[in-house]
Design a protein around this ligand. Structure first.
Ligand SMILES: C[S@@+](CC[C@H](N)C(=O)[O-])C[C@H]1O[C@@H](n2cnc3c(N)ncnc32)[C@H](O)[C@@H]1O
Length: 350
């Protein structure tokens, strides 16, 4: 525990939107990207923690850019899980290897969840009885629906994520271990599907994204909604302005110890349609979790017109709204060029 400032330890994050926003000193909810780019010079929680004795040891841990990325090689979609795992190898140190830590640091705050319920009220025709997440991780977005007695179903490529999701959601949930491009649920069709935090960006190419959209469409009921988080980037040049996407307070982990995380965007490449994300984790006394590590991985981004074309090619969806996740209140801004992290609201045509 030495090195953690007890004043900084909290069980609650004041953030309105995990991953897309950050908070400055005093817990303001100002968007991270604009404040980071504005160069306020204010120290972040993470910096305050490290300056009070938690050393990142960044240089010792840092490998050359790309060396520790999730390796999602270009290849045609193949349904075999063994084959898929071969092309999805996690770096030795990755937050995805610590599902309980991930769930603690990245679960939606109640006010964010209320926001999402409002969207469902606005856009969903008919009752809400079932929800599915094709990249469910430890069930961060499914749990608040499960506790409201809705039927929930989740899928993830990583067995440790599915196991943690099962532990948190209980036996009633349908959970599958598989690829988001070929979902295979026995229950459904579902009223609403959530796939936030740009998880679709883990797919290596547009044919994979198309396969994923088709698979989701096939598991939605007519008029069902798909809330899809994606990063829309149409820049002309490679950008390397490092900026914070999300930073948690240090939080207690239920099984013991505490941890904090920071996500940064370190590079955007419009030619390759890729954003490089850096994750830095600090922990104390968390079982089997290193005290600090850093990983980088690449997420695919989408040019606005490419995304439009993809939706047309897949067919069967109407685009109802595009909520800007970086702005307070997440207003519907439509699908604009360069609109950054957004949540698309798609409705399956009857
Ligand atoms: C950013 S996490 C999102 C977890 C959860 N949906 C949330 O919003 O907090 C992304 C998840 O996608 C999973 N994933 C990556 N590629 C996948 C694929 N091809 N099929 C299914 N899941 C995948 C990862 O294992 C990870 O758990």
């Amino acid at each position: 525990m030495s090195g953690w400032s007890s004043a900084a330890v909290t069980r609650k994050r004041p953030l309105p939107n995990p991953i897309s926003t950050s908070t400055g000193p005093g817990g303001s909810n100002s968007p991270a990207r604009s404040s980071a780019r504005g160069g306020s010079g204010a120290s972040t929680t993470y910096e305050r923690m490290t300056s009070t004795g938690m050393s990142l040891g960044t240089r010792a841990l840092m490998s050359p850019r790309g060396a520790s990325q999730l390796h999602l090689r270009q290849r045609e979609h193949e349904p075999s899980l063994t084959v898929l795992r071969r092309c999805y190898s996690l770096p030795a140190m990755s937050l995805y290897r610590h599902p309980e830590v991930y769930a603690t640091l990245l679960s939606p705050e109640p006010d964010v969840f209320e926001h999402v319920l409002d969207w469902i009220d606005v856009y969903l025709d008919g009752p809400l009885e079932s929800v599915m997440d094709p990249c469910c991780g430890p069930g961060t977005w499914l749990l608040p629906f499960a506790v409201r007695d809705l039927h929930v179903a989740g899928n993830d490529l990583l067995p440790q994520m599915v196991a943690e999701c099962r532990r948190r959601l209980g036996e009633a949930a349908e959970l599958t271990e598989g690829d988001m491009r070929s979902l295979a649920f026995e229950t459904g069709p579902f009223d609403v599907v959530f796939n936030l935090h740009s998880s679709i960006g883990h797919l290596p190419d547009l044919s994979g994204a198309a396969a994923h959209l088709s698979s989701v469409r096939d598991h939605l009921r007519p008029d069902g909604l798909y809330f899809l988080g994606a990063c829309v980037y149409d820049g002309a040049l490679v950008e390397e302005d490092v900026h914070v996407l999300y930073e948690s307070e240090p939080m207690y982990i239920p099984s013991g110890g505490m941890a904090a995380v920071r996500y940064e965007s370190v590079r955007r490449d419009p030619v390759r349609s890729e954003e490089t994300i850096r994750v830095q984790l600090l922990s104390r006394d968390v079982v089997e979790c290193p005290e600090s590590f850093e990983e980088e991985y690449v997420l695919k981004t989408f040019q606005r017109d490419v995304l439009r074309g993809l939706l047309e090619e897949v067919g069967g969806f109407d685009l109802l709204a595009v909520h800007a996740m970086e702005e307070d209140g997440h207003p519907d801004r439509g699908l604009q060029s360069n609109c950054g992290d957004v949540t698309l609201v798609l409705r399956k045509r009857p």
